[in-house]
Design a protein around this ligand. Structure first.
Ligand SMILES: O=P(O)(O)OC[C@@H](O)[C@@H](O)c1c[nH]c2ccccc12
Length: 272
């Protein structure tokens, strides 16, 4: 981890030390927040013949794209995604590099609950410690990203178990055969392949396709990064993976409804 990823992880070490000293919000009984999480595996698994599941992302900036649209509030963007066919919404929680926040997660959760939209939320963080899992759950996440690249295989297995223990489904992100092996050894069910190397920010779609094909059918396989158009979505849908995540393309839109609707149409009928 020489590039941007090393810097991000260093900033997380300081953040985790701070989170450990903050009081965790708990119910009056002293038990952790008890909202029942939404079944993420059911939301993302794609039965044969069913449409590709779309995961849409709330991200106000990224190291590769720079600043993205902030015209909609996090709540309104979350609602736009949920009302236009998102199967899950990924919410950037990292502040220094992605202009995200745990509060984005909490406000999107509240908006969806108030509107009666049972769409699961993925906490997109650089998780190196269990305390981040507790915060994610308190803020209303149903799933949490675990990036295999930033922890060793033993820690990854620990974090997968700890995620489930607090009621979060881990989505393990991999970029290599070794990381896929670590994800499977950690008994991850939902596995995402990032077509962009988080350290160098270089895209490699062929490597992603090869790794996605190596994920066993008992798991849920998701393509992450670099999908820009409805045609891109159609291509992934044809490959037979369960889900695809779109960030930047939707975040360039001040109103993402039209682009998302067009993507959903091609997810439903990729050959049209
Ligand atoms: O914006 P894109 O190219 O559609 O990619 C989205 C998503 O995959 C990307 O945001 C991402 C993948 N893994 C991450 C880990 C941390 C932060 C962000 C990410």
């Amino acid at each position: 981890m020489s590039g941007v990823l090393g810097k991000i992880v260093a900033s997380k070490e300081a953040e985790v030390a701070e989170l450990r000293h903050q009081p965790r919000s708990r119910g009056t009984s002293g038990a952790p927040a008890t909202r029942r999480p939404i079944d993420v595996v059911a939301a993302l698994r794609r039965p044969v013949g069913a449409p590709l599941r779309l995961i849409t992302e709330h991200k106000r900036r990224s190291p590769s794209a720079g600043a993205l649209s902030t015209v909609l509030s996090p709540a309104d963007r979350g609602l736009a995604y949920a009302r236009n066919g998102a199967s899950m919404i990924s919410v950037l929680c990292d502040a220094p590099f992605f202009d995200g926040s745990w509060e984005h997660l909490a406000t999107i959760r509240r908006a969806l609950d108030d509107a009666g939209l049972p769409v699961p939320l993925l906490a997109k963080e650089f998780v190196i410690d269990q305390v981040q899992l507790e915060v994610a759950r308190e803020k209303g996440a149903d799933a949490v990203l675990l990036i295999a690249r930033i922890v060793d295989a033993r820690k990854l297995a620990e974090l997968v178990a700890a995620s489930r223990a607090v009621g979060l489904e881990p989505l393990v992100e991999v970029v290599s055969d070794e990381e896929l092996a670590a994800a499977l050894a950690a008994s991850a069910t939902v596995i995402g392949v990032n077509a962009r190397d988080l350290d160098t920010l270089v895209m490699d779609v062929e490597r992603a396709a090869r790794l996605l094909a190596a994920i066993p059918p008992s798991c849920v396989a998701a393509h992450l990064s670099g999908l820009k158009s409805p045609d891109d979505v159609a291509r992934v849908a044809t490959s037979g993976v369960d889900a695809a995540l779109m960030g930047e393309a939707l975040m360039r839109e001040d109103d993402p409804a039209n682009l998302l609707t067009a993507m959903v149409r091609r997810a439903n009928s990729p050959k049209a």
